[in-house]
Design a protein around this ligand. Structure first.
Ligand code: AQP
Length: 332
């Protein structure tokens, strides 16, 4: 079975709809006929300052949310990145293969360091995409299901794989990004030309999966639209309404075209009210299940231990090949 791999950062109390519709929902689908590796990226999380206690809590919350949304620990390896030391070890090798200018071109670093100035950003934030390349290539996956914002990082990953293969010996598979056109970029409800983002969105722009469902419903009802008052999908001129249609379609399975017909001649208020109900119906059982799982931390710990054991088997073998190929003497 082809392998898939992806990760998510434990940098907030809850995943948001961008994370879910852009990435983790595909994890759930792909686990059926692939060999899946899904990790909680705590090494990535500390590229910006984290409170240690909160980071620990959020790591377990992330595991609970993944299971609650349908990742099955019997099918998928769910693990914490820092439990598999080979991620950091391979990242060092890739640090030494990456050009400084090449790393500099990564737009996420430019965006994320823009606020406080480059001087305030950590070197870890700068080399984040290189660690990400190591995360991926260690498992030699066929597909990497992510949101559109990760496309550039995936290209760097493929470049590094190719560089290593041609400099030393064919070691890595070139992974394909698995990015859905429809949901690869879920927009901020208040600023629909930007992506929904935990660090950049205002609280009213982001739907958190673990929020009180009433709060999420209110956020949908107050989403920014436009003055045309026609329910029509056109991301260029009507980004707000188009985003609502995207979310609606993704949650119900109805096509955007069918929704346009259903809401022809009706008000934006109707669309928002119906979508708010759909969102409440979706997040309520998810939230209940997550909270239930968080009550049984020994189960979560056991899932993560089993996931790390499965992941390490693969990661150790890859790192052994890499160390041998770059010329390191085998340890005694
Ligand atoms: N708005 C989005 N639309 C579609 N996909 C998205 N992803 C994130 N935002 C959207 C995808 O979610 C996965 C996990 O992301 P992450 O753990 O890297 O989180 P992130 O990128 O830190 O999430 P945010 O909200 O975007 O945080 P900031 O703003 O801090 O960077 C990834 O596959 C990502 O593409």
């Amino acid at each position: 079975r082809p392998r898939v791999l992806s990760g998510i950062q434990p940098t907030s109390d809850s995943f948001h709809f961008g994370n879910y519709l852009g990435a983790t929902r595909q994890w759930v689908d792909l686990q059926r006929d692939h060999q899946p590796f899904f990790f909680i990226a705590d090494l990535h999380a500390i590229t910006v300052e984290q409170d240690p206690k909160v980071l620990r809590e959020r790591t377990l919350r992330a595991a609970a949310q993944l299971i609650a949304m349908g990742i099955d620990p019997a099918r998928s390896a769910i693990f914490v990145q820092s439990h598999v030391p080979e991620h950091a070890q391979l990242a060092w090798v890739f640090n030494c293969l990456t050009g400084f200018g090449e790393a500099r071109r990564m737009t996420q670093f430019k965006d994320k360091s823009a606020k406080g100035g480059e001087g305030a950003a950590s070197v870890g934030l700068f080399t984040y995409p290189i660690l990400q390349a190591a995360d991926i290539l260690l498992y030699r996956p066929h597909y990497v299901p992510v949101g559109e914002d990760q496309r550039q990082h995936l290209e760097l990953t493929r470049d590094l794989a190719q560089r290593f293969n041609s400099r030393y010996k064919k070691t890595f598979r070139l992974p394909e990004p698995y990015i859905l056109k429809a949901t690869g970029k879920i927009a901020d409800l208040q600023d629909p030309t930007s992506k929904m983002s935990k660090s950049a969105s205002s609280p009213s722009g982001i739907i958190e999966m673990l929020d009180d469902p009433k709060v999420s419903a209110k956020k949908i009802r107050s989403a920014v639209t436009d003055s045309e008052a026609v329910v029509r999908f056109d991301p260029e001129t009507k980004p707000g309404v188009s985003n609502l249609l995207t979310i609606y379609s993704a949650l119900t399975g109805e096509s955007v075209q069918a929704l346009e017909e259903q809401y022809a001649g009706r008000m934006y208020g109707d669309l928002k009210k119906d979508l708010a109900e759909i969102v409440v119906g979706f997040v309520t059982p998810f939230r209940d299940r997550t909270l239930e799982l968080l009550d049984d931390q020994s189960y979560l710990t056991q899932v993560l231990a089993q996931g790390a054991a499965t992941a390490r088997e693969v990661a150790e073998a890859t790192l052994r090949d890499v160390y041998q190929r770059v010329g390191f003497v085998a340890p005694p």
